[in-house]
Design a protein. Structure first.
Length: 220
C-alpha cells in the first residue's frame, strides 16, 4: 500500500465518527483532502463545516458543503485533521501546512478530535519533525533566540505567510518528552501566536492507515 493509499484509508475510516445533522470541524492537508472528498458522499447529512484554512474552505465549497464561521456555530461535534507526528499518548506535532493556529482553535471548539494519518507518523518521541511555531513578524528574531534557549534550532520558513498574516519558525533538534510543558513554555514567549504542539488538547482518536488496514488508537 502506498502512503497516499494509507492516508485515504485513514480518511475514509473517519466517516464513521461523523454525526448526521451536526456541524463538524475540518482541518488542513493532504490526508484531510481525502476526507473532504469522502465527506462529499454524505453532504446531504451535513449542515455545514468550520474549516481551519482557506484551502480547505475552498475544497469544501467545491464539493457542496457549506463553510460556516466558527463564531456563529458554537461547539462542534467532531474535528477531523491530520498530523505531522503523533505519539502513543495521542499528542501531536502539527503545522507543516502553516495552518496550526486555526487548527488549534477549531480543535479546542470541538467535542471530539479525530486525527487521521498514515502509520509512518506514529513515533515514540515527538520532535524529529521540526516543530512549527507561528510568530508575529516583528518578533521573529526575538522568538528565535528564545527558542534556542529551550534547546531548539529554529529556522525561518521563508516566503510563507499564514492565513493570519504571520510567519513560521520551524524548530529542529528537539526531543519532546514532556509535550505539555514545552507547549506551555513556548506559548508564553512574547510574539508567539501558536506552537504546533497539540498536547494540552491531544487527539481523542488516532486512525492510522497501513497495509494491514486502519489501526485505531484511543486516548487512555
Amino acid at each position: 500500500m502506498s502512503q497516499d493509499a494509507a492516508k485515504k484509508a485513514a480518511a475514509e475510516a473517519a466517516l464513521k465518527y461523523v454525526e448526521p445533522g451536526e456541524i463538524l470541524g475540518v482541518g488542513t492537508g493532504s490526508t484531510v483532502n481525502y476526507f473532504i472528498d469522502a465527506l462529499a458522499k454524505m453532504k446531504h447529512d451535513i449542515p455545514g463545516a468550520a474549516s481551519s484554512s482557506e484551502a480547505s474552505s475552498a475544497r469544501l465549497k467545491a464539493v457542496g458543503i457549506p463553510v460556516l464561521d466558527l463564531n456563529s456555530v458554537g461547539s462542534l461535534s467532531i474535528y477531523v485533521d491530520g498530523a505531522d507526528e503523533a505519539n502513543h499518548q495521542l499528542q501531536l506535532i502539527k503545522g507543516g501546512g502553516a495552518a496550526l493556529t486555526r487548527e488549534k482553535i477549531v480543535a479546542a471548539a470541538s467535542r471530539k478530535f479525530i486525527c487521521i494519518a498514515d502509520e509512518s507518523k506514529l513515533v515514540k518521541v515527538l520532535g524529529k519533525f521540526p516543530l512549527p511555531v507561528e510568530v508575529i513578524p516583528m518578533a521573529r528574531s526575538y522568538v528565535a533566540r528564545e527558542l534556542v534557549k529551550l534547546g531548539g534550532m529554529p529556522s525561518w520558513r521563508e516566503n510563507v505567510i499564514t492565513d493570519n498574516g504571520n510567519v513560521i519558525l520551524d524548530v529542529a533538534g528537539l526531543s519532546i518528552t514532556d509535550a505539555v510543558k514545552l507547549e506551555t513554555e513556548i506559548g508564553l514567549i512574547a510574539g508567539v501566536v501558536t506552537v504546533g504542539l497539540f498536547a494540552r488538547r491531544p487527539a481523542d482518536v488516532l486512525l492510522l492507515g497501513s497495509p494491514a488496514g486502519v489501526r485505531e488508537l484511543k486516548a487512555a
